[in-house]
Write a new protein. Structure first.
Length: 392
């Protein structure tokens, strides 16, 4: 008797299907049915709000503790370069978005007549207060991570590692499976109130800009690296193409490490430096992710009238570069880690967070590909500086 193989559908197809179904059913379902999903969303958003500080503590503290084990100049140099590049990518996204996005958002407002938003109240809601607020969770994560790293607190490190496993399980078994239904409810409600079409028009334009930006980031990374090592940057970038394509297919920095490592060595990086920088950068170098999240966040700020001055966004980008060290290996890692600064610094509520998740995951593989390909540029720079130091 033949057994049918179990078909596994990825998160991206499920979210795309949820958006499509939300738009379709939002045009045909009556208000009582819409309120059923509004009720689910109200409860799920409370649960998500409860989980955000715990996600930060469970993911960021162990990640900082793990990075801190390999102390030394090489570590500091690699971390500094990776962090600065991540911040620069975020600033680039903010600058480009401030120039282009307002016209895009305003243009869709003229094209689509959006009536006064109808407030659809849930049948009931459940309040789930957070154990700790987001900023306190961030401070606690940094404090515990650094303490574990510098004082070698093995017992505490084991406890936080197990807590990370528990949080990762909640994300993969509860949050991620329910996320498509949550996003379906968001788009169902937006379609019913007449807002979905405008948002989709904006999203399509923003995705095109982000795609061009991620190619530009790769070009400037390898132009700088090529200038430092005095080699053709385009040839160096083309050598990293297998890593780019692998990341595009897997959407995982960790899964791409062997390919990134091999191509970095092919580019002339010593095995010792490549073996150190590539796995480390897979954890801390998030230039593509920072660019995408910043661009998406700015878009939503413009659409919702949320304050988006440079000072506010600079603080957000600086914090984003730190919290995303928790991203690799976790489902929807970068955007899940980013929920804390999105909430605490930019003031995003549950609906804005859901839109961020949907928009980010739609381009997840491109951000990962940008991250890992850029790791090859950092490996070249670190290797060159190391060789110069040895010659002195």
């Amino acid at each position: 008797m033949a057994i049918c193989p179990k078909i596994r559908v990825g998160l991206l197809p499920r979210i795309v299907l949820a958006i499509i179904l939300g738009i379709v059913f939002g045009q045909v379902l009556s208000l009582p049915w819409v309120k059923v999903f509004t009720t689910f969303n109200a409860i799920f958003s409370q649960f998500l709000g409860f989980m955000i500080p715990l996600i930060i503590i469970g993911l960021v503290a162990p990640a900082i503790a793990d990075i801190g084990r390999a102390a030394g100049r090489l570590l500091l140099m690699t971390v500094a370069i990776a962090y600065l590049d991540t911040i620069l990518s975020g600033i680039l996204a903010y600058g480009t978005g401030s120039w282009l996005f307002p016209a895009m958002v305003e243009g869709t407002s003229r094209m689509v007549k959006v009536e006064e938003a109808i407030t659809i109240a849930p049948y009931f809601s459940i309040q789930i207060p957070s154990i700790i607020d987001v900023m306190s969770g961030l401070v606690l994560s940094f404090m515990m991570g650094l303490a574990i790293a510098y004082a070698n607190l093995t017992t505490l490190k084991g406890a936080f590692s197990e807590f990370r496993q528990a949080i990762t399980m909640v994300i993969s078994k509860a949050i991620i499976p329910l996320l498509p239904l949550y996003i379906f409810g968001i788009f169902l409600q937006m379609t019913y109130t007449g807002q979905a079409y405008r948002i989709m028009l904006v999203f399509i334009q923003i995705i095109c800009v982000i795609f061009v930006l991620h190619l530009f980031i790769l070009l400037y990374q390898f132009c700088i690296a090529g200038g430092i090592v005095k080699r053709n940057p385009l040839k160096l970038l083309l050598n990293m193409l297998p890593a780019y394509l692998t990341a595009l297919g897997t959407s995982s920095s960790a899964a791409t490490i062997p390919v990134t490592l091999r191509q970095s060595i092919k580019n002339g990086v010593s095995e010792e430096i490549a073996g150190f920088t590539v796995p480390l950068c897979a954890t801390i170098h998030m230039s593509g992710s920072a660019m995408k999240i910043t661009a998406c966040a700015l878009t939503i700020c413009l659409m919702e009238g949320i304050p988006h001055g440079f000072t506010v966004f600079m603080g957000f980008i600086l914090m984003l570069g730190i919290v995303m060290v928790a991203a690799p290996g976790v489902p929807g890692g970068a955007i899940m880690a980013a929920l804390a600064p999105l909430s605490s610094i930019l003031g995003f509520g549950s609906e804005e967070q859901a839109l961020m998740i949907a928009l980010y995951i739609a381009m997840d593989s491109f951000g990962t590909a940008c991250n890992v390909t850029g790791d090859g540029a950092i490996a070249l720079v670190v290797d060159q500086f190391t060789q110069m130091k040895k010659r002195k």
